[in-house]
Ligand binder design. Sequence first.
Ligand SMILES: [Zn+2]
Length: 333
Amino acid sequence: MDGNQQVLPLAFAVVDEETYPSWKWFLQQLSRHVIRGRRGMCLISDRHVGLIKAVREGPDFVSPHGVHRYCLRHVCSNFNSTIKNVVLKDLCWQAGSEYQLRKFNRIMDEIKKQDVKAFAYLDAINKEKWTVSHDGGWRCGILTTNMSECINGVLKGARRLPVSALVEITLERTVHYFHVRAMKGQKMLQNNQLWTDFACKMFISWQQKAVEHTVTKYSHAQQSASVVTRRQGRHGMNTHVVKIANRECSCGKWNQFGIPCSHAQKVCGAYNISAASMVKDYYDVMAYNNTYSKHFEPVQSEDYWDDPNFQLVHDPTIRTVTRSWSKSNNTHS
Ligand SMILES: [Zn+2]
């Protein structure tokens, strides 16, 4: 994802089947050519058995280097296939998407009350992997793989083409996608925005909400405070604890989005600190523009493909996959 919470397409693979060896091969290529030792990566995916196995064997999405998280929509759908109850499915979604631990526990209690088996099913899945409240801020507020599936739209009509044409059209459409995003970034610059549209919108909406809070200062050293929200019908009158020095609020949203929540902004005001200076730098318009300013190299004839970096990994299981693929489709691998 980019700093505007949209897909940043970086790598594609054509494989004959979604299997453990093909996932392993893809993750190895990703590691070698895209991730290249970067740390702090979060992978969100469905719970395909082969993918989970391949992820565990690699260095990039395993603690402490990075993490693997599950798409909440897939978790809910798997849950419903077993439990077959739409009310519980809805509660499962609520539980997974809730930022606050306190509220998560309350929803899980409700699930337990309605169906012990359903509760046991969810309880058996590692909570770090499917709930935002236990995530620790890795997901950047992204619950599902829905957005990456918009790439299906980018590749619309291309799937039935021969592989070489499929590769060409994928590259062409990705270049176009980058071009459109680059124009968007230029527009943000012209508007004198500090941050991307997504971050601006979120920061401002929380800034407006902050007006409704009251704050009690606690520790100057830690710049901590408690914030009480205004009652609105059945909602509100909640107390949140903000620790500016730790960049955290008990509502869970600051940690998740890297943007000071309404409570944090209120406390910043009370301590005379700039909340804007604490917005994560990946939302900077300059960073966004830099992301989409990279050049694409036109693809030359296969005869010029002599880059040693593009040799396949020497793993017997992987070689089997690519060999059978090359033979059956008579294309480049
Ligand atoms: Zn908060």
